[in-house]
Design a protein around this ligand. Structure first.
Ligand code: ZN
Length: 254
């Protein structure tokens, strides 16, 4: 049972108790109902936008371990910047995970092959990455996921992959879709906010200050400053003996 389902049961019981109290025992003012309703709505808003709270779906966000392993993850590719990212990773003998968008895979299949052949993980980040993805029906979410899985399979031959929801947003439709496609969900515990600024030094300094063994870092290979950010993180990792591995390795998913 998800946290959302548990909260929903508690919410319904609370409302029944309030109504019963109002009817049999003493008068409950309107704001007495407003408190649990506001708490329920507020919890849904936070739970749907923060993946690591595991509110609607279970996700892998952080791997607490003794070994100095970290996972670099790149969303929203493949793009014209992916090649540079791959060269840097190769230079530092680092592995990473790329959550690709299906329609971009159709445009640059050769890059997806390159990512896979270099030993990185190719994950699914939906087909359209539509701004209103969170409003899609369960059927449409399943169709987006399956279409992208098929594209990845045609290039890499791999049957099994992982899913990262666009914008990290989840809700009952997405949760129901993920239950049906039976794919592990990968989140993160360090958000770089690399899309919010083009100041690569600022982004990498913030990420570096938060790195711990088992960290999973969210980056984007869709940005012109992505390589500069990565270079700083890789230099820091090398100096501090952090091994950059795939999400498969850090979460022991294989
Ligand atoms: Zn994305």
């Amino acid at each position: 049972m998800s946290k959302f389902q548990k909260l929903r049961i508690v919410f319904i019981i609370t409302l029944i108790l309030l109504v019963a109290c109002d009817y049999f025992l003493f008068f409950i003012p309107w704001w007495g109902y407003l408190i649990p309703i506001s708490f329920f709505i507020g919890s849904i808003a936070v739970g749907s936008s923060v993946l690591r709270f595991n509110f609607f779906v279970h996700s892998n966000n952080y791997s607490e371990g003794k070994q100095n392993k970290i996972a670099l993850t790149f969303d929203d590719g493949p793009t014209e910047y992916t090649e540079e990212i791959l060269s840097l990773l190769d230079q530092y003998e680092a592995k990473a995970s790329f959550f690709v968008i299906g329609k971009k895979v159709e445009e640059r299949p050769e890059l997806v092959k390159k990512i896979f052949d270099a030993g990185h993980v190719v994950g699914n980040h939906s087909y359209s990455h539509h701004f209103f993805f969170s409003l899609f029906s369960k059927k449409r979410v399943i169709s987006e996921i399956r279409k992208t899985n098929e594209l990845i399979k045609n290039i890499t031959g791999q049957d099994k992959t992982y899913f990262r929801p666009p914008y990290g947003v989840t809700n009952p439709s997405i949760a129901a879709a993920l239950k049906e496609v039976e794919m592990p969900v990968i989140g993160w515990n360090i958000r770089s906010f690399d899309t919010a600024t083009d100041d690569a030094k600022k982004v990498s300094a913030k990420v570096i200050s938060m790195i711990k063994p088992g960290s999973v870092i969210l980056l984007h290979d869709s940005l012109p400053h992505a390589a500069e950010i990565l270079d700083e993180i890789l230099q820091y990792s090398k100096r501090n003996n952090y091994k950059c591995v795939t999400v498969e390795e850090v979460f022991k998913l294989k």
